[in-house]
Design a protein around this ligand. Structure first.
Ligand code: FES
Length: 70
């Protein structure tokens, strides 16, 4: 499923990007996600969803890391 239609970014693409970003930088911001894919926010419809995904990752770091080990 595409979260960002303008940039053809799927939920899995964004999820992996957030996981990698948090692993390397300790945090992640919505604009960082777009920068990692070398694109930008266009229509803005996906911004809230991306922010929610980031918040979910920050809220459950143990769950995220246990999934990586599985
Ligand atoms: S859907 Fe992401 S910028 Fe338009």
């Amino acid at each position: 499923m595409f979260i960002c239609i303008c940039n053809a970014l799927s939920e899995a693409d964004i999820d992996n990007c957030i996981t990698e970003c948090i692993k390397t930088d300790g945090c992640c911001k919505p604009l960082t996600v777009y920068q990692k894919f070398e694109c930008g926010l266009q229509c803005g419809k996906c911004a809230c969803e991306v922010e929610e995904m980031i918040n979910d990752h920050h809220a459950t770091p143990a769950a995220s890391s246990s999934l990586e080990k599985a």
